[in-house]
Design a protein. Structure first.
Length: 262
């Protein structure tokens, strides 16, 4: 029977009713193939696990020192799959949503509230000033609602956009031995990691405002007062950067996990 089937196919092809290629295809079983999905890289898989761990940890524990999250952060930091020289990489610039922070003992009570994502959406953007494309800003935004927010701008400095004013911080910030404004690393403890070149973004808080649907109120902290200028200096070391995840460690010991907004 197979012999007669082959003859019929050959005759149909000769008559021009089907092409030889189609005739040959009719001899093959009707199989369909799907291309294999590319396997996620090690870093991408760790990022997925980190995002899942933060989600499962619950919105009410975004200041938790979760062991699982801490472990995943350490694995990403040591993976050596971060974008190199992250403080000057183009992927750094843009809008970043704060997902999780460690509740460092050296952070001030005010700072812990300012990064508490259990109550409000918080963004830590790396952007350029509207009036000066060479002025780099770290912009902290706390969204109380769609129309109400607090926005605090800090002047930023990197090797790509250096700011002469931003000298190293000199004092820890303790007042009469008390942790009121937070305790910063200074001196030898604040030296950049030579194995992570161009990873630090220095900043100094400059101005802020509350915006209630277009009605604005200045943020009541005298950032530009010379007496406070050293106390409002800081830095973040970017220990891991990809197209969607940024992990940073601040001068007061806090670890920030952020996700890039579209």
């Amino acid at each position: 029977q197979q012999h007669y089937f082959l003859l019929a196919i050959t005759a149909a092809a000769a008559a021009g009713s089907i092409t030889p290629a189609h005739a040959f295809q009719n001899l093959l079983p009707n199989l369909s193939f799907s291309p294999p999905k590319p396997a996620a890289s090690g870093a991408v898989a760790l990022e997925d696990q980190l995002l899942a761990a933060i989600e499962s940890n619950g919105a009410d524990k975004r200041l938790d020192n979760s062991e699982q999250i801490t472990s995943l952060v350490s694995q990403l930091e040591s993976s050596r799959q971060s974008i190199p020289r992250p403080a000057v990489a183009s992927q750094l610039y843009g809008k970043w949503r704060l997902l999780q922070t460690t509740n460092a003992d050296t952070a001030s009570p005010i700072q812990r509230k300012a990064v508490d994502t259990t109550k409000f959406d918080i963004f830590q953007d790396i952007v350029f000033a509207e009036d000066d494309p060479e002025k780099l800003l770290v912009r902290q935004i706390v969204k109380f609602s769609d129309t109400n927010e607090l926005c605090v701008d800090a002047l930023a400095s990197t090797s790509a956009y250096p700011l002469e004013e931003l000298t190293d911080r000199e004092r820890t910030g303790k007042i009469l031995g008390l942790n009121i404004l937070g305790v910063s690393l200074v001196g030898d403890e604040a030296v950049e990691d030579p194995e992570r070149p161009d990873s630090r973004v220095r900043f100094v808080f400059d101005e802020g405002k509350f915006d209630f649907g277009g009605f604005t109120i200045p943020y009541p902290v005298p950032f530009r007062n010379p007496l406070f200028r050293d106390a409002v200096k800081g830095w973040i070391d970017i220990t891991y950067l990809s197209d969607r995840i940024r992990i940073s460690r601040g001068n007061k010991g806090t670890t920030f996990i952020l996700k890039k907004e579209d």
